[in-house]
Design a protein around this ligand. Structure first.
Ligand code: M6R
Length: 623
């Protein structure tokens, strides 16, 4: 986790880097830093504990002057506590070589011992620092053969960097500069995201396009095992042996306003409000005409292969897992046997999958390490893998056979909201298409379900009308430290998601339970005044959930019920959040919205840092 940025060009380098870091802060935010190179062949380095503002103020107190290139980093600690010494960029003994790194160097202890034996002095506890010293060591080696003459400095640095990169084990996206070659940044990727922005007489590197989107939409996606040489005039790509590679340029269709707050107080709230559009964009051009199975056509899944799929196995983490669990209910209600597993708990199951099982891996970022590992395990077993992701060119798309993009636009808030809706929509469409192509769904049912699906965007907008009521309601609950979310069947993943949202942004204890499980233990924790939030929308399970709510009330719970106009007539609760009525297959996409808003306003009352909750990062790129 962590974010890296690099820039070479005519703009004020420190401004480009700090702006880029602010856009990447969601990837980690316990410390940050930057390093710049100048024609005077000296390095300017500044680091700070905490947020980017601290770094910006340190830089403005001691401005760097004219600079040619620079690299920067925002950190989510893996090795070494979050303090200034452990903040990137890290340097070699001379202070002339500086490195930023996202990922984990697995063999860093061994490399460090070898370097210490060669009298390198370390000043941090990080795995990253070994990279700077390793390049220094390789520079000595290469200089002997090349000779340090001014006209060969760039090839010398490249070769030293290449040799160092070849010794690293683990995951990395790297940026490195050397004081003696101020017009060049070197970069490399192995299992951590890295993208190059191609501008006019300027170039960028970053963990994510949002860092440079305001300057260019032209990008190169760097592959594992590639080294990049970045100069003002362009980017060149090499393999680990140093052989030059041709590379295709892509164009990003997001614009910057999509990645900015647009008048909302937090990205999370903006993204909650964007959910109707997210669903619309996920469906656009893919649902109708029903006969054409447009989804499979788009992702390249041939009808013969679709017909052979015997089962579906879903893998994902966090919110994406909750979408996957809802997806499981959707597939099964449409007649297709499905399992859903946490990607981090999937390893042993992968080898037992039937070869005709379609594996669906869900990841907003497409960079979640556990999900990517699970995809690799499924591929190793010989299964076809379909990725559902929101991120163009992300790692998961390269590991999978097929990709279904949700097209929700950038999700910046650490708490995932609109991505969840996009993922649910993807599942609805995939399940309808698969069920139809296997002859399990009659045309009239397909048409009925599709009509419901098409209503979703407008029903989502109606549901957002609950916002003021929810804001008021949370005033009475903001000091509560424990919450229970209960639901049944396809609403169960919504209960899990409601609990996750409140935990991660409000830091209070919350549990989501399958309501039928309450009597098997959890009901013991209910005491007078404990908030219990029940999803009690119209469904075949409504009578059962009503019974579970009664049991909770009898033990002192203060009940908040998510209902629709039909179910409200029969549900007894202290507070009601009434959402529009929809076929139960699609109800999760509606009933989750009041829970997202509830979590948001509780966090707001508790004055929590909503977009950047403590201890978390947006993409979990380490296992
Ligand atoms: O990028 P991904 O969808 O793979 O991320 C998975 C989880 O890390 C993510 O959903 C996480 O649980 C969110 N913070 C939840 O709001």
């Amino acid at each position: 986790m962590c974010g890296i940025v690099g820039y070479v060009g005519e703009r004020k380098v420190e401004e480009v880097l700090i702006d880029g870091l602010k856009r990447l802060e969601y990837r980690g935010y316990d410390s940050c830093g930057l390093a710049l190179a100048s024609s005077e062949m000296e390095i300017y380095r500044k680091r700070a504990k905490g947020r980017i503002e601290n770094l910006a103020s340190a830089v403005s107190k001691n401005p760097p002057g004219l600079r040619n290139s620079g690299i920067a980093h925002t950190r989510w600690a893996t090795h070494g506590e979050p303090n200034e010494d452990n903040a990137h960029p890290h340097s070699d003994c001379s202070g002339e070589i500086v490195v930023v790194h996202n990922g984990i160097i697995e063999n860093f202890s061994q490399l460090k011992e070898e370097l210490i034996a060669k009298e390198h002095v370390f000043s941090s506890q990080t795995d990253t620092e070994v990279i700077a010293h390793l390049i220094e060591e390789k520079l000595k080696e290469v200089s002997k053969s090349f000779g340090i003459k001014h006209n060969v400095l760039e090839p010398v640095f490249f070769e030293a960097f290449r040799r160092a990169v070849n010794l690293l084990k683990g995951s990395f996206a790297l940026g490195a500069i050397w004081a003696k070659t101020p017009d060049m940044i070197l970069s490399a990727r192995m299992q951590s995201p890295l993208v190059i922005g191609a501008g006019e007489n300027e170039n960028f590197l970053s963990s994510d396009v949002s860092a440079f989107l305001k300057y260019t939409k032209k990008v190169y996606f760097v592959e594992d095992g590639e080294i990049v040489v970045l100069r003002r005039g362009g980017a060149n790509f090499f393999d680990l042996k140093g052989k030059k590679k041709a590379k295709e340029i892509s164009t990003i269709n997001w614009d910057l306003s999509m990645a900015e707050k647009g008048g909302y107080r937090h990205f999370m709230l903006k993204e909650i409000h964007e959910q109707a559009d997210s669903v619309e964009n996920t469906m656009a051009g893919r649902l109708l005409p029903l006969e054409e199975n447009k989804v499979f056509e788009e992702i390249g899944l041939k009808a013969e292969l679709a017909a052979k799929i015997s089962e579906v196995q879903i893998i994902a983490c966090g919110t994406a897992f909750h979408a996957g669990l809802a997806g499981r209910y959707v597939f099964e209600k449409l007649g297709i046997k499905t399992s859903a597993d946490l990607a981090s708990e999937f390893e042993n199951r992968a080898a037992l999958l039937d070869k005709n099982t379609l594996v669906i891996a869900v990841s907003q970022s497409g960079e979640t390490a556990d999900t990517i590992h699970a995809v690799k395990m499924a591929k190793r077993n010989g299964n076809n893998v379909l990725a559902i992701t929101n991120t163009l060119g992300s790692s998961i798309t390269r590991e999978s056979d097929y990709t279904f993009y949700t097209h929700c636009g950038p999700e910046i808030g650490v708490a995932s909201t609109k991505a969840f809706l996009g993922q649910l929509t993807a599942f609805y469409m995939l399940a309808l298409n698969l069920s139809k192509s296997k002859g399990l769904l009659k045309h009239e049912n397909l048409s009925k379900y599709s009509q419901e699906l098409l209503r979703l965007p407008s029903l989502i907008k109606d549901t957002l009308g609950l916002e003021n009521k929810i804001e008021k309601l949370t005033e009475a609950f903001s000091s509560k430290e424990h919450y229970l979310f209960i639901a049944r069947d396809i609403s169960y993943p919504v209960a899990l998601e409601g609990a996750l949202k409140i935990k991660e942004i409000s830091y209070v204890h919350a549990e989501g339970y399958a309501a039928g499980e309450m009597k098997h233990g959890p009901i013991a924790i209910i005491e007078q005044g404990m908030p219990v939030i029940a999803i009690a929308t119209s469904s075949s399970q409504l009578d059962l959930i009503r019974g579970n709510m009664e049991e909770a009330r009898a033990r002192g719970a203060e009940l908040i019920a998510v209902v629709d106009e039909e179910s409200r007539k029969n549900v007894k609760a202290k507070h009601y959040l009434e959402v529009p009525l929809i076929n139960e297959l699609f109800s999760a996409a509606i009933s989750v919205i009041p829970l997202q808003l509830f979590a948001y306003y509780i966090a707001l009352q508790r004055k929590c840092d909503i977009d950047k909750p403590r201890n978390l990062a947006k993409s979990v790129t380490v296992r």
